[in-house]
Structure formats: structure tokens, C-alpha cells
Design a protein. Sequence first.
Length: 385
Amino acid sequence: MDLSILKKQQARFVVGLMSGTSSDGIDAALVRIKGTGSKIVIKLISHRHFPYAPNFRIRLLNEHMTAREACILNFELGERFAEAVLAMMEEAQKEGVSVDFIASHGHTVAHLPPPHNEKPGTMQIGEAAVIAERTGRLVVSDFRTRDMAAGGQGAPLIPYADWLLFRKLDRKVACLNIGGIANFTVVTPNFEDIIAFDTGPGNMAIDGAVRLLTRGMKEMDKDGAAAAKGKVIEEFKEFLLSHRYFAKVPPKSAGREEFGAEVYLRDALAARRNHSFEDLVATVTDAVATSIVNAFNRFIRPEHEPQYVIVGGGGAMNLTLMRLLRRGLPGIQVFTSDQFGIPHSAREAIAFAILGNETLFGTPANVPQATGASHSVVLGKITPP
Ligand SMILES: Nc1ncnc2c1ncn2[C@@H]1O[C@H](COP(=O)(O)OP(=O)(O)O)[C@@H](O)[C@H]1O
Ligand SMILES: [Mg+2]
């Protein structure tokens, strides 16, 4: 068994893999990483999105998934992750480099963080053994469990990477990732001052509304076009913002358990069938933007005045959502991470490449004040090549 990678002191080439709560597909990033901790040097070489077929997405989104189906999907997903890695290995070859190892977040099928869940747990699938078998590479996976075992919520884990990617001695910035769930990291010069938490729903609510209202014919509000045409239904917006998650104070993390379409939207939309598709989507989009702005004003502004907000995740493509965010945050410049050299769709895959590298170095990479863990821990599990 070749574990020489653990001792490799030169730059390592890593493929980071992410399948987010939107269940839209796999984001893969080929990253060159040298060193560990605050001395790390990170360079993105290439990235790619591997979309899931619509019927596969429906299986991942099934809110009544059985243990048997999760068991089968664990292996099926492992195959898809492996295919993505093999494609990235080809890209690496074109660049004249060889992939050293893989860092795979997997796909979350259940996330029940403490203290709001009496019986906590989290489960990411996409079998690492399958990825290792197909690619012949070491795989780091299962990043969330160790933080949870240490009393944390296992999320958000992106803050450590955000800090390495965006920190500067003379500024504070707020990194906003709008995936299925939206989260903020306030990147401060000092690691100990980082604030990070999930604000609540991101694309999950918008996708969910579109899917329910079109009976699955459409999967997203492309570019926020429908929302741009609609008018906000104030009473519905108020209802959406009355979810008890928004009142909780950080550390806090959210998932499909709170904001999946079935639980958050199905009945609420059914009761408002007299309204147009555009008005309903406009209202959900406005509620998402407002929840992010409210979280910024309530939990970030009192302590920090970030110079700007850097947006990543698929939500950066929703022009209406971005317009509402800019309007809700007057005086603060809102950029996409692309403007800082980090493609919005690759940000999380890059982050897990960084976390996987830290696993191999034995460097703790949770941010205890963000997850609520009792101490710093080395994240991830290692599957040999
Ligand atoms: N052109 C677009 N217009 C509007 N929304 C988009 C666009 N492209 C992607 N998205 C949204 O981004 C989501 C995927 O974002 P992503 O960051 O991958 O989330 P996750 O990490 O939860 O998978 C899609 O489901 C969709 O809602
Ligand atoms: Mg995604």
C-alpha cells in the first residue's frame, strides 16, 4: 500500500469533490496545494460540473429515502464520483501533472446537528472505497463526523477554507455561499475572530418552489427571470420569514430537514394557488434575500463591518437574488467570488480539497466557534489507495 503521499513535502495535486444539498450534480476542482495552515499556497488548475440526470436527482431528493435506497445510492454515487475523478485525472494529464489524492465531501442524506436535535447525527454518502478502487488514489472523506463527535454541528466547514482563500491583514470580508442552503463566513485577520453560520435556505427554496409549481417540469428559476417578472406577496413573505430557524442565534446550521420543499413549501404553496407562478417565485426569492440580509444585520454588523460581500455558489447566477441582496445591503459592495479568482461553482470543491490536504497533514480544520465543537479536531477519514 502506497502511503508516500502522507510524507510528500512538495506541492500536492488534489481533486476536491462536492455534491451539495441542491442535488444538481458534482462539482470537481483540481487544485495544487503546498503546505498547511496559514502558510498554505493554493492554486486552482481546473474545475468542472458533472450534472446529475433528472431522475437521479429525484432519487437524491426523496425525503422518504429508505436505508436500502441510501445503501444502493452510496455505491452508485461512489461510481459517479469516481467517473468525475477519472475525467479530472485526464485534465491533469493535459496539464502535465498527476493527481495525488482525492478529497470527497460526499452527498448529505441526513444532517441532524445538536443541540436542536435531541439525537444528533449526520450522513454523507458516495462510497470512498469505490472511488479509491476505480482511481487507485487515496481518498479523504466524511469530514463532518469528527466535528460532531466533538460536540459540534459538523457545519459549516467552509470557513477554514474561506479564511485561507480570502484573508488579508487589513480587511474584513463576508463570504456568502448560496448553495441549497446559504451561509456566511466573516473572514477576519485573526482566525479566532471568524464568525460563520448558515443563514437558512438559498437555492433550495427557490428550486423547490419552481419544482412544485411546475410539477417537476422545471428545476430552477434560470437567471431569476420569473422572480424578476413577479410581485412580492407580502403576507406569504412574512409567513416564509416566520420559520423559527431565523430567530436562532449562531452557531447554527440548516439543511433539507428545515427547508426541503416538502416541509417548508408544499402546504404553503398549495394554500396560495390563486397567485401567479411569477408572484410566488418572486416572493420566495425575496424571502431568501431578506433572510440573508437580516442575518447580516443581526449577527454580523453589530461586531464587524465587512468591507464587502463575496458571493459563491449557484445563487450567484440568480440575477434577481443578487439584485435584491445589493439593494438590501446599501453601502456594501457585493461581488461574486469569480471577481477574486475563485469561480463561484468551484468554491466548495476547492474548500474540500483544502480540508483533505489538512487531514493528511494532521492539521485541525474545523472552526470551533462556527460549529460549536468543544475543540479543534482533524477532520476526515482516510481510505488507502
Ligand atoms: N443560471 C442560474 N440561474 C439561477 N439559478 C441558478 C443558475 N445556475 C445555478 N443556479 C442555482 O444554483 C443551484 C446549485 O448551486 P450549488 O452551489 O451547486 O448548490 P449546492 O452546493 O447546494 O449543490 C441550482 O440548483 C440552482 O438553483
Ligand atoms: Mg451543487
